[in-house]
Structures are given as structure tokens and as C-alpha cells.
Design a protein around this ligand. Sequence first.
Ligand code: ATP
Ligand code: MG
Length: 654
Amino acid sequence: MAERPEQEIPEQEIEVLLDEQRAYPPPEDFRRQAWIQNESIYREAAADPEGFWAAQAERLEWSRRWDRVLDWKPPFARWFVGGKLNASVNCLDRHLANGRGDRPAILWEGEPGDRKTLTYADLHREVCRLTNVLRGLGVGKGDRVAIYLPMVPELPVAMLACARIGAPHSVVFAGFSAQSLRDRINDAEAKVLITADGGHRRGGIVPLKAISDEALENTPSITGVVMVRRTGEDVPMVAGRDHDWAELMEGAADTAEPEEMDAEDVLYILYTSGTTGKPKGIVHTTGGYLTQVTATARAVFDLKDSDVWWAAADIGWVTGHSYIVYGPLALGVTQVMYEGAPDTPNRARLWSIVERYRVTCFYTAPTAIRAFMKWGTEHPAAHDLGSLRLLGTVGEPINPEAWVWYHREIGGGRCPVVDTWWQTETGSIMATALPGVTTLKPGSATHAFPGIALEILDRRGERVEVGGGLLAITKPWPSMLRGIWGDEERFRETYWSQWKDIYFPADGAHRDEDGYFWVMGRVDDVLNVSGHRLGAAEVESALVEHEAVAEAAVVGRPHEIKGEGIAAFVVLRESASSRDGLAAELKAHVARAIGPIARPDDIVFAADVPKTRSGKIMRRLLRDIAAGKAIGDTTTLADPAVVQKLREEYGDED
Ligand code: ATP
Ligand code: MG
């Protein structure tokens, strides 16, 4: 079996077996205080999407108003044509001008326990100084700057300084290897690298400067390196190339003119996490992106001055770009930023942070929620989580069982849980509940955000009203990607070649009778059993529903009769007592929950499943293991040892 193509389209429509009936209307006290309390927003936005988005854009500060809202020459969109603005001005200067400079912007906590508060005025000053530093190193409008930093305040400072100069940043997640960093620097031809001596992770130190030095052995475009001292380790500095952040900042002036940027000037490049192989440099521009991240942060997370926001994500991924840096800062909210691992020094770390800072709105990923479930309820129970009023999730389909657990154990049964579907490519949230309006169904991303044309189509492009098919976005949206850096052909091929002038996200989904969207995950993770197309996520959800199971990853493997058999890799909860007879029980459980067709052929008990560095299940590698063949590209894998162990475990099965 050859490596599957990135964008395989199923021959048959995807079948829907899982039947989730639980429903959660918005709590009345939440609805009454929410920014959006009325469903009419959907009708208004649908009647005039451009007018809707223009009204959202009005909330930003523009130095020149746009002439036209949208210019659409598929697959190229230009939003707010002729408009001028600067993202750092929108995130900083205008709050100072409105007398909000003393508001805390970032309540930062380091993994070892050190703490720092930066007000908007502090952040503005640091950004201006770094702007001057970078300009002094020759960085100008249009130059690319690579950023390889841990979750320290210098990371948003660096991004906003780039935005102030108009130099697109390319943030590389600090868990990536030297080779991955080098590839990304070279692809973007970055001029300067901003890094740190090291970062704290799980009680240890990630030697970022050493990794950077290795990466920089073959990066001809780099002329300078700025290094933050975070860990205080002794690190070699290359004369003429490397500079100490603090030394440069000391002599820098506290104010810096922002560059006036066109709405369509590039704000940043971000490489996708690489679940599918060769990373793509996704390009985002300024005006439309800032409009949609701000509109969604406000409407979906319901953020107000009284809130303490926490997106427990890494800025190295798009979630952090949009909902730690640009959205919340443009709104002027107060947020928590945490440097380290959720289980250091113990498994209650996140909950101690929620209690300490009185966090009100919390956003994380299903992979984290499943880890919390696996660790047990005693950890959240040890802290006062009474400040929370809203929860969110993003990154993978959330199993209904994990959703319900999150709602009950973290949200105390009173917080709406917004399941938000979007991608690096979409820049902002595309499908989601509006917490004051939508009746929630666990596992469903519910509806398209107002003004977004989200549909389910079949292979031929026919609309599917009720049932399974492929997600499609049929009209341009403000924060859509404007291309893949340096590769127009791949951009057209990857996203625009399935149907004419319609964006293809490569996710499968279905829609129920009430019009709710249920995203089933990547199209290439769909199983084909005896001619039936099943979503891997559905079988996984059925498994996770079983009390002994914390996490499951399901893939197809060659089967003589059925075409594809189902192999399920299962991680047990720590409370699970015994494995005796459990495999048979789990097979029967799945058959009962969603039907005999979905009964797994193999159950493999595993200590862990392979994940991307962003924490998503990497089914591509599991397919290789289950098919008994050589393992594909593992450069984006978080922990290669997991794969080796799994192969041994799979080999042990009969
Ligand atoms: P790559 O594109 O490099 O393979 P990736 O797709 O994992 O990596 P992201 O852009 O971070 O990188 O993730 C977007 C994808 O995550 C979506 O296409 C979808 O498959 C999944 N996803 C995100 N949010 C949700 C959600 N709420 N429900 C279901 N799936 C989701
Ligand atoms: Mg993707």
C-alpha cells in the first residue's frame, strides 16, 4: 500500500453511526450577560456577509479606511481593499490612547514558579524597544524574522515588534528539532532569528540555543541572532552574529513609529503542524485576519473587561497566534500565559493556575482533556475552579465522553463548552457555538460562525443537507490564508482543486436533522470497512465512552475479506483495574454502541499513542504499524520512542 495521497476523496459518502442525544441549552444567567444573546445575528450576516464583516472591521483602528470590502478572484481574495492599519497599534497603542495602559495584559507564570505581570503600557514599551533593536539589525518592512522561543513574554513582544515593522514573523514551535527549524528558516529565507538560551519543560531544560546553532549551520539568509536569557545557562555566542536581547534592549528608545501596512500586507507565515508530511508555510495578511480573530474572540469566548482569559495552548501553533496574541490583545483583555507542562510539578498545575488568577474563560485541546481524564478527577477537585464561566476546545474532534467530563469536572456543570472547528489555513474560528445562543450537543461544533459559508458537499460538489460528506467553505472569509509561501501551485492543488472556486479543508463531517455540524476529522483518517466509510473518530469516541479507556486511536489495516479491518490502539485510564477479557469486552462495546460493522478486529493496549508535536493523534504512523510496514516520516512526531514500543506491542498481539 503506497503512502496515501494528502487529499484522498472517499468514493462513497461517509456513514454516520454514532447517535449523541444529549443537549445543553445556554444557562439563562450566561445568556443574559453575553455579547450575543440573539440568533438574529445569523440571519443578518447571511443576508449581507460583506456588511457583517465590515461592521466587525469597524472595531479596529484604521489609519485609512478601505475602499471596498472584498475583491474575489478565486482562489485569491483581498479584504478591505485600500485599507491601512498596523496590527501592533491595534493590540497596544490604541488601548494606551483610551486610558487602558495600566490594565494587565499578560499574567505570566514560568514553569519553575516565577511570575511576572505586564500591563498594556509595559508591553507597548517592550515592543517599541525591540522594534528599534530589530530595525538596528537591518530588519525592514517585508523582511522575514524567525522566532524560536519558549512560552515567555518575549515571544508576544517579538511578534508584535515584527508586526510594528511590517516584517512577517515565522514562529517555530520550541519543540521542533534543528532540522525542522532549519527547513522553516530556509523556506521563508528569514533574515534574523530570535531565540533563547533554553526553555523550561517538564522540570528539564530544552537547549534552544544549541539547537539553533545546529540549525544555523546551513541557513544562508540569516544575518543576525537575538537571544533571550531565560535559563541562565552558559551558551556560546558567535561573534558578529549573536546578540544578547537584554543588552540590545537596554540602549533602545521606548517609542517607535509603526509602519503603515496595507490590509493585504503579510502579517505572518506559519507552518502547519505536519500531520501529513512536508510542512506548508501558510500566509496570513493583516486587515482581514485581525478583523476575524477579534470578532470571533469576542463573540465565541464572550470576553469582557471583567474576564481573565487563558488559552492553554502554545503560541507556536495557530491557536496561540490568534487567541493568545492577536485576538485577545486587540480586544484589550487580561490573560494568563503559562510557560510549562501541565503535569509539572504535579498534575494539578493548571488548576492551581486557574485558582490563583481567577481564570474565567479557558481554552484547550481534546488531547489535553483526555489526559486530564486519564489522570483522574482528584486533581481539579483539589482547587477552586469557581471562577470559570466558559470553556472551549479546538484541535481534534472531541469525543462526547471527554466533552461531558470537561463540562462536569472542570466547568462544574455551569459553563458552556464551545467546540471550535478551524485550521491554520482558516486563521480563525469557522464553526462554533455562540455560548449565549446555541444549545450545545457534546461532540458537535454546532454551526458556522455568522458570515461564514460552511457546507457539506459530496465528491461531485452536491450539497448534503443531512448526512455525511466533506466539509467545504463556499465563499471567501476575512482571515483565510492568502497562499502557501513561495508555492502558488501547491496552494491551488491542495485547497482549490476538488471543486471549482470552493475551499477544501480536507476534513470529513456530517450534519444532523437539526443542522448541527459534526466534524469527523481528516478525510485521510476515514476507514473503509466492507465498502462502508466510517470516521475513525466515531469508533474512538465509542471506545473512550468505556470506563476503562482514556484514549483511543483507530486506523484501518489491510484485511483479506473486508478490504480494511479496524485496528484500535487503546490507552487505559489509570484507574482501570485489569486487562483480563477487556479486549473482547471493548470489541463488543463498540459493536453495541455504533454497530457490528465498526467492531475492531484488533485491540492493542498501549502506554501511549503517537502524536504530532501539537498533540494530535498521528494515525498515519499507526496505519504503517498496523499494516506491518516500514514507518513513514517521523520528523513531526513528538516522541519517536512511542512508535518503537507500539510496534513491539502490536507484534505481540495474536
Ligand atoms: P497539517 O495540516 O500540517 O497536517 P493539522 O491539520 O493538524 O496539521 P492544524 O491547522 O493545527 O494542523 O489543525 C487543523 C485541523 O484540526 C482541522 O483540519 C481538523 O482536522 C482538526 N480540528 C481542529 N479543530 C477541530 C474541531 N473542533 N473538531 C474536529 N476537528 C478539529
Ligand atoms: Mg491541516
